[in-house]
Design a protein around this ligand. Structure first.
Ligand code: FAD
Ligand code: 2HG
Ligand code: ZN
Length: 475
């Protein structure tokens, strides 16, 4: 048991609050919680706290505040920016929400679901579906990511184009503040203008202002009809033109509109077992378009065929595969969803989760790709993502012959290269993954002056002792 960290005092006190199942201290038990999904960071912690109720969270936080112990809230630990990973410092605990995973209430009249922060997204989707409704948030990590983490990062994902980010799917929150106080804000109201909208402060705060313990989520009518296609398109501009065609034909029908490059698709084919391309090989640009409607007989298949036919005539679509079954639809989605895993298996990569106005997406991809290859000859740009939201993962794969460490040593140059273009296009250096630990040094340049000062003032007011997720978000 290392030195400074594990004085019996606080550990015994945590044990009294949480019971024997509520705390882990053995090195081997802590291991999976100390490093992030990307393998960028590894920290240390005196314990993993696993509270089972809001009262237990509050008691643990109060104790931490008294003892000057810092707290790293953790959900599914799928952060792309090292947000949920402890630093290599003493006197820290990781507070996992995993045991707080109940659905407290589901109301299909009001179309709301009140759930605890540790509920895994896929489970939330399933519960909503079991009640004949839809919880629309959807992303590749949905089998692990938890509601508290998704709200704390204001996660986006594949359906933002239709339903908005996690923020738009939340009506009320229960939050434990850094002094242990509890905001009981689980209101199910569509309208509630009663002073500062505190609930929105905790969404996207990445655990730096408090711990989300439960949330009221919005539900939607279940999809009764879907139509999905993978299209090969000749250029980034053609991809955007296709998006505009669908929007013009029926904006409300577009559930997702995702861009992928030929290089990215190649990485998926090479690294993901069972991945097969349902269109001819050799194309450089792809689009996944997914339509859905909450009523039967909406004619989505016709709509899909008509728009694609017109786009083919205009030379904006070169080939297309339309899903004929749920299995084919899932197989098409898999090609998109496996991009992060395929990149991970293919070697070292640097991620740029950036956004620009939707109309600038083609320019972003073209210019960034050209500049990145100039910066690191032999590297392979892998742009993919949520084109309909202007959010592209402008990632770069290492040159095959370059040692991974040499490539990763250039990570900041690579990010700066993309960010310079993003800035010119009026975009953001973090579209949906957040700032975490990875991008704190960008905050001064992008959000400096009054904006950053206001954030720091909020942090100081709510967390004067600085115990909530230090080293994240703010420089
Ligand atoms: P964690 O990683 O555990 O934590 C994330 C942040 O929230 C940390 O700062 C943590 O301290 C804080 N936090 C966690 N729980 C709480 C809580 N209850 N209260 C306060 N703070 C808390 N993101 C997208 O937006 N869109 C995508 O399409 C997407 N796809 C992904 C695909 C893959 C394969 C992977 C690995 C990740 C992807 N992500 C995506 C990133 C990640 O899944 C999201 O950021 C997600 O919201 C994190 O949820 P989590 O439960 O894993 O949170
Ligand atoms: C996605 O859209 C995620 O798949 C991950 O946001 C993006 O791996 C990435 O860069
Ligand atoms: Zn994404």
């Amino acid at each position: 048991m290392p030195d400074d960290l594990r004085s019996p005092g606080p550990l015994d006190a945590f044990r009294r609050i949480l019971g024997p199942n509520g705390i882990l201290t053995a090195e081997s038990d802590l291991e999976p919680y100390l490093a992030d999904w990307r393998g960028l960071y590894r920290g240390r912690a005196m314990a993993l706290l696993r509270p089972a109720s809001t009262e237990e969270v509050s008691a643990c936080v109060r104790l931490c505040a008294e003892q000057g112990i810092t707290i790293i809230p953790q959900g599914g630990n799928t952060s792309m920016v090292g947000g949920a990973t402890p630093e290599a410092k003493p006197n820290q605990v990781i507070l996992s929400l995993a045991r707080m995973n109940r659905v407290r209430e589901i109301d299909t009249a009001d179309m709301t679901m009140t759930v605890e922060a540790g509920l895994i997204l896929q489970k939330a989707q399933q519960v909503a579906a079991d009640h004949g409704t839809l919880f629309p948030l959807s992303l590749g990590a949905e089998g692990s990511a938890m509601i508290g983490g998704l709200l704390s990062t204001n996660a986006g994902g594949n359906t933002t184009v239709r339903y908005g980010n996690a923020r738009e799917l939340m009506l009320g929150l229960e939050v434990v503040l850094p002094d242990g106080g509890v905001i009981n804000g689980l209101r199910r109201l569509r309208k509630d203008n009663t002073g500062y909208a505190l609930r929105h402060l905790f969404v996207g705060a990445e655990g730096t202002l408090g711990i989300i313990t439960a949330a009221v989520l919005r539900l939607f009518p279940a999809a009764k009809e879907t139509a999905t296609a993978l299209c090969a398109v000749p250029s980034e501009d053609a991809a955007l033109a296709l998006f505009r065609r669908f929007r013009a034909a029926d904006e409300g029908a577009v559930r997702a509109f995702e861009y992928m490059s030929g290089i990215g698709m190649g990485l998926v084919m090479d690294n993901i077992e069972g991945a097969t391309l349902p269109v001819a090989p050799g194309f450089e640009h792809f689009v996944l378009v997914d339509l859905s409607a909450s009523r039967e007989g909406a004619g989505l298949r016709n709509l899909l065929e008509q728009v694609l036919e017109a786009a083919m005539e205009a030379g904006e679509v070169l080939d297309a595969a339309l899903a004929e079954s749920e299995a084919q639809r899932a197989a098409i989605w898999r090609l998109r969803e496996e991009h992060p895993e395929a990149q991970k298996r293919a070697g070292a990569s640097v991620k740029n989760d950036v956004s620009v106005p939707v109309s600038s997406v083609p320019e972003l991809i073209r210019r960034s790709s050209a500049e990145l290859v100039k910066l690191i000859p032999g590297s392979r740009p892998v742009p993919f993502g949520h084109m309909g939201d202007g959010n592209i993962h402008m990632n770069l794969e290492q040159p095959p012959e370059m040692p991974a460490a040499d490539f990763l040593a250039r990570a900041h140059d690579i990010m700066d290269c993309v960010n310079a273009i993003v800035r010119e296009l009026g975009g953001s250096f973090s579209a949906e993954h957040g700032v975490g630990r990875l991008k704190t040094d960008m905050m001064e340049a992008w959000r400096g002056g009054a904006e950053l000062a206001a954030m720091q003032a909020i942090k100081a007011a709510l967390d004067p002792k600085g115990i909530m997720n230090p080293g994240k978000v703010l420089p």
